[in-house]
Structure formats: C-alpha cells, structure tokens
Design a protein around this ligand. Sequence first.
Ligand code: ARG
Length: 481
Amino acid sequence: MTLAKTEATSGTGLLPRVLAFSSSLSLDRALLHEDLVGSMAHVTMLGRTGVIPRAEARAIRDGLVALMERSKQGQLELPDEEDVHMAVEVELNRTIGGPAALLHSARSRNDQVATDLRLHVREAAARTLEQLTGFIGELVVRARAEKDVILPSYTHRQRAQPVSLAYWLASYGAAFLRDAQALAFVLDQCRLLPLGVGAISGTSLPIDREVTRTLLAFEGTTLNGMDTVGDRDFAMDFMYATARFLVHASRLSTDLIDFTTAEFGFASLSGDISMGSSMMPQKKNPDVFELIRGKSGRAIGNLVGLLVTVKGLPGGYNRDLQEDRAALLETAPLLTGVLEVLRLSLPRVTFHPEKCRVGVDEGFTQATDLAEALVKKGMPFRKAYQVVGSLVRRCQERGLTLRQASVELAQSIDPALDQATLAVLEPAGAVARKQSAGSTGPEAVAVTLAEIEKQAAVLRARAQSVPRLEALFTSLKESEL
Ligand code: ARG
C-alpha cells in the first residue's frame, strides 16, 4: 500500500481516512487506458535509450499489455492505491515482479498525470468534434428543406423582421461551427507531449523525449517542465468549448420552448420527445429542451471550478490540481449527451407555416421593408421611418395588420404609399428581397449554408486524423524494443 512513501516521509502507512481523502483512484481509473499506453511508450523509450536493460523493458511492456487485455475483458481489479498510477505499478509488480521497479525511472506522477490527461482530452476533443460536425451537417440539410417557412425574428423578444426558418436554423449552424472551431483549438493545445519533464525540472538520466513523442503521436514536446506539471490549460479549453456549445444549445432550446407554447404556436413536438405531468392530464412539456438548458449550467460550473482551482496556485505542481478530475471527466459525456438528444429531438420538432405567418403579420414585422421601399423611391430613410411608424399606429388603432391597411388609409399618411409600394408587405417577398450577404434572402442563406457545410467538413477530417488510443496501443505493442 502507498508506494509513494519512504523513510523520509516516515516509514509508517497513511491513516486510512487520510488515504481515502487523498485518493483519486475512484475517478482516475477512467484514465487507466491512457495510463497504460503512456507507460508503454515510456518504457519503450527507456529500453531503446539504455536507461534500463531492453529485456526488462520488454518484460514491463508485456506486463502492461497483459493489464490492458485484462481490463478490456473486465478482469482487472485495481488494488486500492492513492491513484491509478500507483495502482498500475503495484499490480504490475504483482504480475511480473522485479522489473516493475524499473518502470518509474525518469518519471514522476506529475508528468504522468499531465500525459494521461492530454491523451484523454485529445481523444475526447476529436470524438466530440466528429459528432458535432455531423450534427452541423444535419442542421444544414434541415435548413435547406425549411427555406419556404417564414416566421418572425425577435429582438428584445419582441417581433422584429420576417425571416425564413432556414435562416433561423443557419443562425445556430453558424454558432455551432464556431464551437467546432473551438474544439479544433483544443486539439491544437494538445499537440505537445508532457512526459519526460519528471517532477518539475527534468532528469539527469539519458532519456530521449523525441522517442516518446513519436510513439504517442504528439507533434512536439512541452517547453518547460515547471510550466508543464502545473498546466491544465488544455483541460480548461476543452471545458470552455463544451460550455460554449452548451450555451448555444441552451439558447436554441429556449427558442424552441417558446415556439412550442400555445402563446407562440409556431411549432410542436412529437409525442416521443414530449413529457407529461403527473397531475395535469393535458400537459405536453418540452422537458428535453429544458434539460439541455439545465445542463449548460453544469458545464459552465465545471469550467469556472477549474479556473478557480488553478488561479491561486504557486508555480509548479500542487496537489490541488487533482481536483480537475471530476469536472474534466464529466465534460465529454456532457457534450455528447446533449448532442445526441439534440440530434434526436430537432427532427421531431414540426413547424406550422400558417401560425408562423400570423406572427409575421400581427407583429407588423414588414414595417422596415415598407420603409426601405419608400427609400428606394427616393424618400430619406428617417422620413420613411416616421411615415411607416404613423401607418403602424393607425393600423393598431383600427385593429388591422399592415397588410390589411387600405391604400386610402396609407395615402392619407403619405401619397408615396401607393398600391405597388404596399405590395412589399407580402412576407415571402419581404424575405426574398434581402440580398445583402449574411441576410435572410434565399441566395444569401444558400451561400451561408454552403460555407458552414464546407468548413464543418474540413474540421471533421481534422478530427478523424487525430491518433486514437486504441491505435497507439496496437502499434506500441509491436514497436521495436
Ligand atoms: N494523484 C495525483 C493526480 O491524479 C497525481 C499525483 C501527483 N503527485 C504527487 N506529487 N503527489 O493528479
């Protein structure tokens, strides 16, 4: 029990309560495979550089392979140690004996855990990036199918201007694309290998970090050991990308929660994603979207928690960093869980074009289009703005929509409001006439969707090219030693 003690630490064992308090094993056993692969690379390097004899290095590597195989078959019960690193070493000693004592040469748990975490984040970012880009692709397809549905857009949660449903969907597509870019940035932050810096200052043993770097498929080695052992930036970046994606998913959810109320009536949920009430027989609730919104709070909490953990630490390694674990390990499942449910739920939201159009008309949302039509006829915008404002007021007093206003009523305000000008109030036309880049006009939306699709495909290819743990394990098993 507790290998990480010497006579200097006082020969006695730890108080059981203290061991339990300090142990991270219950959480970091989730990093077992990362730990085994990292150790296989380390021991291969030790053997190749002659830091330890090759025969012993081979025995250790084979022992690690055996532990991996047992773990995959569900046959590996880890001994009760301080953390996964000590547990692996103790179990290795139990299975191969003597040579196990050589494994930890030129290594500390400080660079070991930094390596495990980077391998974990690299893989998790690659997997989630692949999933997210898949979702973005589906969103684009859905948007193309919804280009003829016109609904009001909102500013200040007040009806603003008519837009196509494709435009609304593309707005979230653009946000999710930025989240995919954020995940790609996480991959950038996982490019350098921590292993080899030891506890803080490196080692006098003749190791070669280049060998380990190649074996674990990193692009370089970290620049400074003191920084490396205290660095969890890559974990924060992953938590930030996740939190931001969840914030976007949360806003999308709020839109849909609103749109499916009787008050909006723009859309409805299929029965297989709506929940009932245990008391009110009539209820059909959007719990899935509320839960997505709720989970975004957790993701934000995880990010803030790690920032706070790191903020007051002195340079170098501090045990506080172990508190990164629960939040970091929760991050990928949180992202994947929300994404999965979003991918299932969005196709099960049906929009009602007629109800959406009522919202467009009742909200006087074409008022800006009418003002712009007057501008095209030569009226200064500020005047046109006042003229249309007066017409809106008259219509409101009479209980009319803009489209119901007669030419006589319109011309009593300004003669420029003739029949042809009033024709711009037709909602589909109001959308179709928008031609500026990034607008709701059909051509602009088509360009936007093509761009989102193209960039997502590039990011997806990037995610797929990231080396996976399983592939590293397979090649390390056979690599020259
Ligand atoms: N259990 C720690 C963690 O998981 C690693 C141990 C680091 N080292 C130490 N010097 N006590 O982060």
